[in-house]
Design a protein around this ligand. Structure first.
Ligand SMILES: [Zn+2]
Length: 421
């Protein structure tokens, strides 16, 4: 019966459009009762009732509590049945795997992580990630997986889900990341850059605004995620925001991408580790030197912490990195005019020390108009952020992009790679 009416709706696109709109209104909280839906959409009472009944029949909505009365009988609220499906998120970093399971409303249900070197290649890495995901699904059985988000630390062609010449991921170029996840979990898979997931996480946090923001991650590597009018900007080839490999002035440092003078090669965490080791070898003292003498090599996290605690070598490394990052961000600010810049990552964990220097460079080098309403803030630095962002990215793909294609089935098509519109 559902199929019959689905066909009917498929043929009548106006009906279907209003139906999708109604489900999404309840899902996002834009309208929660039948009378509210009528007011917002301008549809008549009979039409609203019929659409809502059909959405209930397909399993998307159900009747909830009675809402506040506006004089007469209180209308019943509707609720979106977010528990009907789950979203799997697999966030791969350069040196770790972080996986999670979220409900359709974006709430993270469970998560786990482990250290892992992504240079071990796609086959081993994805097998390890899936083993972790299977462990989560054993703990939190999910009836039905509706979508999978995969984040990787490199550029991605979003339409095909394949990495594009990722500088720190040998063996991953062009690898079909989607296929294995699709086969294992029977759900559509979307692959995105890891910093884009962080930007999505920030967007999810700012539900009530339509943000123009840049998320800049200064970890071992450096990258940025751009959100314009609430939408991610990936660029034609998925390379948008890859500021780590833009050339900075007066540098001849060799980058791990093979080029000379990249931002990352002077300001990325790995570059700071390199420079800390050189300084220590040349006789620098202090906390980092003492750790090093005790057999502990510096890490980006250690340098950030040492800087916060007043170590002179660490402070000079962090401040220099912040100046270079600030200069690159200033160029983005002039071009993109964001309202907010969020700075995250292990190097930026040095906090105000890093942020103050970035702010100063950005205000110095940007056009006054572009910085009039600009806020530069530190990220929450919550390790769950890429998971929340991945869930948000999948929710967008499911309900804003591909919904018309699978709506009548009651859940996303099992093994179907959504084709770009
Ligand atoms: Zn580079």
């Amino acid at each position: 019966m559902a199929t019959e009416s689905a066909l009917r709706f498929g043929a009548q696109t106006d009906e279907m459009t209003s139906l999708l709109r109604i489900v999404n209104m309840v899902r996002t909280g834009e309208a929660m009762t039948r009378p509210e839906i009528g007011r917002v959409t301008g549809l008549g009472r009979g039409v609203v009732t019929q659409r809502v009944d059909y959405a209930i029949q397909l399993g998307y909505l159900e009747d909830g509590e009675f809402g506040p009365s506006s004089g007469g009988r209180a209308p019943r609220t509707l609720r979106f049945r977010g528990e009907r499906g789950t979203i799997i998120i697999c966030a791969l970093g350069a040196l770790h795997i972080h996986v999670g399971v979220a409900a359709l409303d974006g709430d993270l249900i469970d998560q786990t992580h482990r250290k892992w070197d992504i240079a071990r290649g796609p086959a081993d890495t994805l097998a390890a990630a899936m083993e972790m995901i299977d462990g989560l699904l054993e703990r939190t059985p999910a009836d039905s997986v509706w979508g999978v988000a995969v984040g990787i630390p490199g550029p991605v062609d979003f339409d095909s889900g394949r990495p594009v010449a990722p500088p720190i991921m040998p063996g991953w170029n062009g690898f079909d990341i989607r296929r294995g996840f699709e086969q294992r979990y029977g759900a559509p898979v979307w692959v995105d850059n890891d910093v884009n997931l962080l930007a999505f996480g920030e967007r999810a946090r700012r539900r009530d605004e339509i943000p123009d923001l840049i998320y800049c991650k200064v970890g071992s590597g450096i990258g940025a995620g751009l959100i314009s009018r609430g939408r991610i900007h990936r660029g034609v080839n998925g390379a948008a925001g890859d500021i780590g490999h833009v050339r900075v002035r007066d540098s001849d440092a060799l980058c791990r991408c093979g080029k000379i003078g990249c931002l990352e090669a002077v300001a990325g965490g790995w570059a700071l580790v390199r420079d800390a080791k050189i300084a220590i070898a040349e006789g620098a003292g202090g906390f980092l030197a003492a750790r090093s003498a005790a057999g502990e090599d510096p890490t980006p996290e250690m340098i950030a912490r040492a800087a916060e605690n007043g170590d002179a070598l660490a402070i000079s490394l962090i401040q220099r990195a912040a100046r270079d990052v600030g200069e690159s961000i200033a160029a983005l600010v002039n071009m993109f005019n964001p309202g907010t810049i969020i700075i995250g990552g292990a190097v930026a964990a040095a906090g105000e020390l890093f942020l103050a220097e970035v702010r100063q460079r950005v205000y110095e080098l940007s056009l006054p108009l572009a910085t009039r309403d600009l806020h530069i803030v530190q990220s929450m630095d919550d390790p769950r952020e890429p998971l929340r962002g991945g869930a948000d990215m999948v929710r967008e793909q499911l309900f804003d992009v591909t919904f018309p294609r699978w709506f009548a089935e009651g859940r996303p098509a099992r093994i179907e790679v959504p084709v770009p519109a």
